[in-house]
Ligand binder design. Structure first.
Ligand SMILES: CC(C)(COP(=O)(O)OP(=O)(O)OC[C@H]1O[C@@H](n2cnc3c(N)ncnc32)[C@H](O)[C@@H]1OP(=O)(O)O)[C@@H](O)C(=O)NCCC(=O)NCCS
Length: 134
């Protein structure tokens, strides 16, 4: 299903998958997408935490459409909740099949992950500015 890229928002990550990233069916391996989503979500989480974070949970993950070799894949991530030590991020992933400017994007994945800010002992530390809902 065709979709518009989010307007007025920049992707935190854009990448083109290669043949080495495929599964046995020839489409892109779900684990590859999950790894990129984890990285993408960490971008705003790290900024909000102002320092090191770790992923504590993948709350939801939906593969809506396949990703193909050569797609231009864009990851959009936004903080939706800040707890005492945790930050929850929604990630949306869009693929542009043709990369010729004529092809609309396809929304391929949506996910929500939670990260925890950690201190030098790898223990949870308070998020600067305190809890908030986005
Ligand atoms: C993340 C980690 C530091 C949390 O340590 P902990 O002692 O269990 O911390 P807490 O129980 O105090 O929880 C910390 C925060 O995580 C949140 N949290 C814990 N489990 C959660 C879950 N299943 N889903 C969502 N949030 C969760 C808590 O609600 C808390 O948030 P808050 O302070 O904003 O309320 C620890 O579990 C860890 O190191 N895990 C491994 C992380 C890692 O290596 N990730 C990479 C994957 S290999």
């Amino acid at each position: 299903m065709q979709a518009r890229l989010p307007q007025g928002e920049q992707p935190v990550l854009r990448i083109i998958p290669m043949p080495a990233d495929t599964n046995a069916h020839g489409t892109i391996f779900g684990g590859w997408v999950m790894a990129q989503v984890d990285l993408a979500g960490s971008v705003p989480a790290y900024e909000r935490a102002q320092g090191p974070i770790v992923t504590v949970a993948v709350n939801s993950f939906l593969f809506k459409e396949p990703v193909f070799v050569g797609d231009l894949v864009s990851f959009y991530a936004r903080v939706v909740k800040v707890g005492r030590t945790s930050i929850t991020v929604d990630v949306e992933v869009f693929a542009q099949r043709g990369r010729d400017g004529r092809t609309d994007a396809v929304k391929v994945t949506e996910a929500q992950l939670t990260y925890v800010a950690i201190d030098a002992d790898r223990k949870p530390r308070p998020i600067p500015g305190g809890p908030q809902w986005a």
